[in-house]
Design a protein around this ligand. Structure first.
Ligand SMILES: [Zn+2]
Length: 261
């Protein structure tokens, strides 16, 4: 077969089945690259349904694939069985995209049977990491309900993502050097549903958010500081409005210098 001037072939018809297979392979290769999949993971099928406006990608691993234990890190554990899972991924233009994969459960010599983590999603989530990154970007700029409408998900699923990353971020906050804080309450919703914000003045960041605005929230924060490597008794300045509740709460800190704004 000889290539023609315009990239076709002269006098030879291309087998349609071959062409279709070539196109499928190209799609799979493209999505393999786009998702950053590395062996043993690979794209198995690509199904695009224009009428349903959705793209379904099936990911698989090569037979005999071995995986590290998610608990102890033992490498090359054999596969015991698989569990089919689905994750919503970033939209493909106006089409919703979903990944499907038979997720292996390995047998670890130390830990027993364990479900392997996949590189494109965190354990227990029905969304890919990229989708969750989009969600966290959106909710910085709009209410969660608006973000949920925009991406076509129920807001409770979006709240679950937000709670996970906020809790993860809070767990990483080191409060060992906390010395000056600012406390203020604000309405979380319309009406009298209040939350209290605790701000590290020196680092200019919120370090804790409590439900309510009574003295108990301050005591709760003091416990939080102690649990996060800090020492509430070393907080020397508290900037707060002079509501009775917070004045009672200030006793949770020893030796503070009480300011107001
Ligand atoms: Zn193990």
């Amino acid at each position: 077969m000889r290539a023609g001037r315009h990239g076709g072939t002269m006098g030879t018809r291309i087998d349609p089945a071959l062409l279709a297979n070539w196109c499928r392979m190209r799609d799979a290769d493209l999505f393999q690259l786009a998702l950053g999949l590395v062996p043993p993971w690979m794209i198995k099928t690509v199904n695009f349904d224009a009428d349903k406006k959705r793209l379904d990608l099936e990911i698989d691993f090569k037979t005999g694939g071995r995986f590290p234990c998610p608990d102890c890190g033992t490498v090359d554990c054999p596969t015991h069985d698989t569990v089919m899972k689905t994750w919503r991924h970033l939209d493909f233009f106006q089409h919703q995209a979903f990944l499907h994969a038979r997720t292996p459960r390995i047998i670890c010599p130390k830990c027993g049977v364990r479900l392997v983590g996949v590189p494109w999603a965190r354990p227990g989530s029905g969304f890919t990491l990229l989708f969750e990154a989009l969600v966290m970007t959106l909710v910085k700029h709009m209410p969660v309900a608006a973000a949920a409408r925009l991406i076509g998900e129920h807001d409770t699923r979006i709240w679950r993502i937000v709670f996970h990353y906020v809790e993860e971020a809070l767990a990483r906050v080191d409060l060992a050097d906390l010395r000056r804080i600012c406390i203020d309450e604000t309405a979380a919703k319309r009406g009298h549903d209040y939350i209290t914000l605790f701000v590290d003045i020196d680092r200019r960041r919120v370090v804790y958010i409590a439900d309510g605005k009574d003295a108990g929230t301050v005591a709760e924060f003091a416990d939080h500081v102690d649990a996060r490597g800090g020492d509430a008794s070393r907080v020397k300045e508290v900037c707060v409005d002079m509501s009775d509740a917070f004045i009672k709460g200030k006793r949770s800190f020893n030796g503070f210098c009480f300011g107001s704004f």
